[in-house]
Design a protein around this ligand. Structure first.
Ligand SMILES: Nc1ncnc2c1ncn2[C@@H]1O[C@H](COP(=O)(O)OP(=O)(O)OP(=O)(O)O)[C@@H](O)[C@H]1O
Length: 268
């Protein structure tokens, strides 16, 4: 079940947004090989995730994709330009929302614009931020301080902060793993909604097989260190995905395939 080119619903090849070729990363004078020859493409609007055992190189891969760390070997292209450092067309989200407590929710969301283009530009983007807050169910919370938000609400605000710059590529490092299961399921469906509405591409690091399957068009399964992509599995379930799909036999079959690969990969 190697990933094949994913077909656009109506005519034309999907545009590759992100291209990784032969990416390797060494540490400690090459004593540690964290990543070994990783390569794949993500097309416009596709959702990919990576799953693998602890220490297999997922975060290293995400940092390289974000331009926060250079690869030792290989090439990363986004929108046809090499990724050589952090960029406006990349949005990132981490396990913890990291909102500044002294800024209101909307001021936190507008922060990337303020840093990049100044206060006036941030003020001009206020209605866009309000619209994003409405999309994630936080309409009316604009002027609330983060200490009054629950964990799930803070992560929803963090989604808005990631989207305010309209990035083409969303990089997500276990963004909902600190939340309870019910909130996490809900947030995953919210994430799908915003990705579909904006036709954004996304790459998710996760430890959860069911999260990977329910969200993704392609799941990359990594081996234990040195991290290699053992297989990229195309998930052929219709969109929008719903939580009820977890009970489908196809869902169970994908989850079992990934589980078996991970069990085997741990000893490769
Ligand atoms: N700065 C560094 N210096 C030395 N070794 C590093 C560094 N960063 C990562 N490593 C090593 O590279 C390997 C991959 O680490 P990484 O954090 O990417 O794994 P991971 O899959 O994200 O792990 P987890 O699932 O536990 O978060 C590990 O063996 C780690 O010890």
């Amino acid at each position: 079940m190697i990933a094949q080119k994913i077909q656009q619903p109506a005519g034309g090849e999907p545009r590759p947004v992100y291209q990784l070729s032969n990416v390797s990363r060494y540490f400690n004078n090459k004593e540690i090989t964290a990543l070994d020859g990783v390569g794949f493409e993500i097309a416009q609007g596709e959702f990919h995730s990576v799953i693998g055992s602890s220490g297999c190189g997922k975060t290293t891969l995400l940092k390289i994709m974000a331009g926060l760390m250079p690869p030792s070997e290989g090439r990363i292209m986004l929108n046809g330009r090499p990724v050589l450092g952090p960029r406006d067309d990349i949005g990132m989200m981490f396990q913890h929302a990291t909102l500044f407590p002294w800024r209101t929710t909307i001021e936190n969301i507008l922060l990337p614009i303020e840093i990049r283009s100044g206060r006036k530009a941030a003020m001009a983007a206020r209605s866009h931020a309000e619209e994003l807050l409405r999309v994630v169910g936080l309409g009316g919370f604009e002027d609330i301080y983060p200490t009054s938000l629950s964990g799930g609400m803070a992560q929803r605000a963090a989604i808005c902060r990631m989207l305010i710059s309209e990035p083409d590529m969303l990089l997500l490092d276990e963004p909902f793993s600190a939340l309870d299961e019910i909130t996490r399921d809900f947030m995953n469906m919210e994430l799908q909604k915003v990705c579909m509405e904006r036709n954004a591409s996304a790459f998710l690091v996760t430890h959860s097989i069911s999260e990977a399957v329910i969200l993704s068009d392609v799941v990359h399964v990594m081996s234990a260190r040195p991290g290699r992509v053992i297989t990229s599995i195309k998930i052929d379930l219709p969109r929008p995905r719903t939580l009820e799909m977890i009970t489908l036999p196809e869902f169970g079959a994908y989850a079992t395939t990934i589980r078996n690969l991970l069990d085997k990969g741990a000893f490769l």
